[in-house]
Design a protein around this ligand. Structure first.
Ligand code: SAM
Length: 303
């Protein structure tokens, strides 16, 4: 049984990097009229309360979305888009709610798009089911499907999409060591079925060989298929303050993950520039100590 619950991590620096990138990719793809298949293979609970138990215990959002929302204005355009997306879930002006990737995608669906969500955890699957029903009640969007099943396997059946346009978020918890290899196999098969899709993989930068090998293996896949790729990483550094160090030492989630990355295959051509403009500002707000850094690398498609 899985024990990972995204509620402890909602709105942390890793979510900031992932959701900025997701919104940028979606915004770009929606410039064209053609219907998009949006897939979230590891959806989580959909949306989160930042003032409730899990998020309050971990305190991670304080060093993510909360720090960003309090950063000196003006934010670069992509950061503004992201902050506005979060603000839309907090109509009273506070920061009590955080939209997960399903909420960000569902609220941007056009009539011609469809969204497929997968969530395996029984509790988060139930919460996501409830959230989806609430979104549908507020505004009928019949094109959302939720399967409380394995997202790696589920993606296969959806490709290629009839409209030949897709944005796929692959965002496992990497609770299982084998997830690293499964991501590579999943993306390899997805490219084989539909090489034109935009695939966005989030990964943690932790002291595990598989974690460091993952972006290299994804780059090798992109190059093998002649596809453009982009890799962005954000390291918020080591906390300098004693309270955060003590919390980390007690094994609480706060501050234990310092860095993460996103690897995008077939990124929008504007994405690298957008992230290079945005991440310095983001890091200025989220920096916790020495070793804080960001990077964006990209490679072009080759026939
Ligand atoms: N994508 C979400 C977001 O950005 O808001 C966060 C997802 S969280 C990092 C990963 C989720 O994947 C967890 O809720 C976990 O229960 C779920 N999960 C783990 N293995 C899965 C699998 N094989 N298929 C579908 N969901 C899975």
């Amino acid at each position: 049984m899985f024990s990972y619950r995204h509620a402890f991590h909602a709105g942390n620096h890793a979510d900031v990097l992932k959701h900025l990138t997701l919104l940028a990719a979606l915004q770009h793809l929606q410039h064209k009229e053609g219907g998009l298949l949006l897939v979230d293979t590891h959806a989580g609970a959909g949306q989160y309360r930042l003032d409730h138990d899990a998020a309050r215990i971990s305190g991670e959002a304080a060093w993510g979305i909360a720090a960003l929302a309090a950063a000196p204005a003006p934010p670069p355009p992509l950061a503004r888009t992201y902050l506005e997306a979060v603000a839309a879930f907090n109509p009273d002006g506070g920061l009590r709610h955080y939209p997960g990737s399903p909420a960000l995608l569902a609220t941007r669906l056009r009539p011609q798009d469809r969204l497929a969500l997968f969530e395996w955890h029984p509790t988060d699957g139930r919460l996501l089911d409830r959230a989806v029903r609430a979104w549908l009640q507020r505004e009928p969007r019949p094109a959302i499907t939720l399967r409380r099943d394995d997202g790696f396997a589920g993606l296969r059946a959806l490709l290629p999409p009839p409209t030949r346009r897709a944005l796929v978020l692959i965002d496992p918890s990497y609770e299982l060591k084998r997830d690293y290899a499964t991501v590579v196999a999943c993306v390899g098969e997805a490219l084989h079925r539909f090489a034109q899709g935009c695939y966005l993989v989030w990964y943690p930068l932790v002291g595990r060989e598989q974690a460091h090998a993952l972006p290299k293996r994804l780059r090798a896949l992109a190059v093998h298929h002649g596809r453009a790729w982009l890799q962005a990483e954000l390291n918020v550094g080591t906390p300098a303050d004693a309270a955060a160090k003590a919390a980390a030492a007690r094994g609480r989630a706060i501050g234990t993950l310092r860095a993460s990355g996103v690897f995008v295959i077939n990124p929008p051509y504007t994405l690298a520039e957008q992230l290079r403009e945005t991440l310095p500002w983001v890091l200025g707000a989220l920096r916790r100590g020495p070793a804080a850094a960001w990077k964006v690398d990209a490679g072009e498609a080759r026939p």
